[in-house]
Structures are given as C-alpha cells and as structure tokens.
Design a protein around this ligand. Structure first.
Ligand code: HEC
Length: 102
C-alpha cells in the first residue's frame, strides 16, 4: 500500500511539475504569436504537435533562423529566444499536449 501511494505521489507531482511550467513559458513568450488550437500569427500548437517531432520543435525554438527552410518556410519572423534548458523542455512538452486536438 505504501509503495502504491509512493508511486501515485511521484506521478502526480511529476505531472504537476511539468505542465504548469510549460504553460507559464507559453504565456510569457509564445502567446502573442501562437495559440493552442487556433491559427494566430504563427501556426497553432496542435498543428505543430501533429506534424513535428519533439526534437524538431526544440531545434526550431533554439534557432528558427537555421530551421525555417527545412520546415518549408520561405523566411522566418519568429523571435529567437534564449530559453533555459528547463524552460525549453517544458514548452516542448506543453506543445505536445495538443497533439490531435485540432
Ligand atoms: C513574433 C511572433 C512569434 C513568437 C513570439 C513566437 N513564434 Fe513561433 N512562429 C512564429 C511564426 C510566424 C512561425 C512560422 C514560421 C516562421 O516565421 O518562423 C513560427 C513557427 C514556429 C514553429 C515551427 C512551426 C511548424 O511549422 O511546425 C515552432 C515549433 C514555434 N514557432 C514555436 C514557438 C514557441 C515555443 C514560442 C515561444 C517560446 C514561439 N514560437 C514564439 C511566430 C512567433
């Protein structure tokens, strides 16, 4: 019983630790241009999650400038961010939450 409770505790804290962070990063840096499931200035997170791998998403955030051609864009207007590793991982996880939500 104690073991089961421990596992539950780990799962609950892990899921709470991950997603709110990603949401905060989203609201702070991305929301002006991206929405979760609706087209804004940039494509919706649901579309990104459906078409790109986590590695591709991460690479785009690190450097839109070196990725836009391989993503099929003629140019990029996305801001280049200098996010910390944790912030970047959590925003990638947050984007992936919208897979299949279009
Ligand atoms: C100034 C507006 C702007 C901001 C702020 C912005 N983006 Fe973008 N983003 C865009 C636009 C426009 C595109 C389409 C291609 C381009 O211009 O680079 C894009 C493309 C992307 C793509 C690739 C889309 C695809 O085709 O799969 C990803 C991933 C992405 N953005 C993630 C983010 C994340 C994460 C943040 C916040 C940390 C963010 N963007 C903030 C405007 C923005």
């Amino acid at each position: 019983m104690k073991f089961v409770l421990h596992i539950l505790f780990v799962i609950v804290t892990a899921s709470f630790a991950q997603s709110p962070d990603g949401k905060i990063v989203f609201e702070k840096y991305c929301w002006g241009c991206h929405h979760q499931t609706a087209m804004a200035f940039g494509p919706p997170f649901s579309q990104i999650a459906d078409t790109r791998s986590p590695e591709e998403i991460e690479a785009y955030i690190i450097s839109p400038e070196s990725m836009y051609k391989s993503f099929g864009y003629k140019r990029t207007v996305m801001t280049q961010f200098h996010l910390g590793d944790e912030e970047r991982k959590s925003i990638v996880q947050y984007i992936l939450l919208f897979k299949g939500k279009q």
